[in-house]
Design a protein around this ligand. Structure first.
Ligand SMILES: Cc1cc2nc3c(=O)[nH]c(=O)nc-3n(C[C@H](O)[C@H](O)[C@H](O)COP(=O)(O)O)c2cc1C
Length: 191
């Protein structure tokens, strides 16, 4: 009998939830690169759509006893992922509060979860990535895939503050993204 093994599933978590943002555009542009380099299935999880309130679970997430439907839905997404790409902008030298809030909602789901950080900003968002990596390491994710920085040039924005074209901006970091994505799949937790 032939064993059928499903391809691993990578979730790209969009960490920016602003009404006018570029995070969704960057996610769409990195998704095919990550999919091709990793051989995995890729889904985009948009925290703006998930719309988690500020952490409102009565018990500590480490107790794994969730009461709200929104927490259970978020838990299922991460528990069902074989690895996670955290896509984060840099805000004031750190990563967005919405992303920290989403991370804090869960606990066991993060343990040993292979993670890749993709940061972006005027200078690549390296400080946001460093802060995020510290938190992910503290919780116990597998951060061996490291991080990739995407620099957003000022003239990349249109008058609506959306990117005119995300693809050439992401293309500059494509080699680093491919290498990191391959590491991510090697470490993936196939469920
Ligand atoms: C609150 C806030 C703080 C920011 N701080 C930084 C920063 O520290 N470094 C940087 O390079 N860009 C900074 N920026 C510019 C962002 O990189 C840029 O607005 C980017 O489009 C944000 O991602 P988003 O549009 O997906 O939210 C900041 C933007 C905002 C909204």
């Amino acid at each position: 009998m032939t064993e059928i093994t499903e391809r691993p599933l990578i979730s790209i978590v969009v960490g920016s939830v602003r009404p006018v943002r570029i995070g969704d555009q960057i996610a769409e542009a990195i998704a095919p690169i990550i999919a091709e380099a990793s051989g995995a299935r890729v889904q985009i999880i948009d925290l703006a759509e998930l719309n988690l309130p500020m952490l409102d679970e009565p018990l500590m997430p480490a107790m794994g006893n969730y009461t709200h439907a929104h927490t259970k839905a978020w838990s299922e997404i991460i528990a069902g992922s074989d690895s996670v790409v955290f896509l984060t902008p840099q805000y004031n030298g750190g990563y967005p509060a919405a992303l920290k809030n989403a991370i804090d909602y869960l606990y066991a789901e993060w343990k040993a979860q292979p993670a890749l950080i993709v940061s972006y900003g005027g200078h690549g968002g390296g400080q946001a990535a460093a802060q995020l990596q510290q938190v992910l390491d503290f919780i116990g994710l597998n951060t061996a895939a490291g991080s990739v920085e995407i620099t957003i040039p000022r003239d990349g924005y249109g008058t609506d503050w959306r990117l005119v074209d995300a693809e050439p901006i992401v293309a500059v970091a494509a080699d680093a993204l491919r290498a990191a994505s391959a590491t991510l799949t090697e470490n993936a937790l196939v469920h």
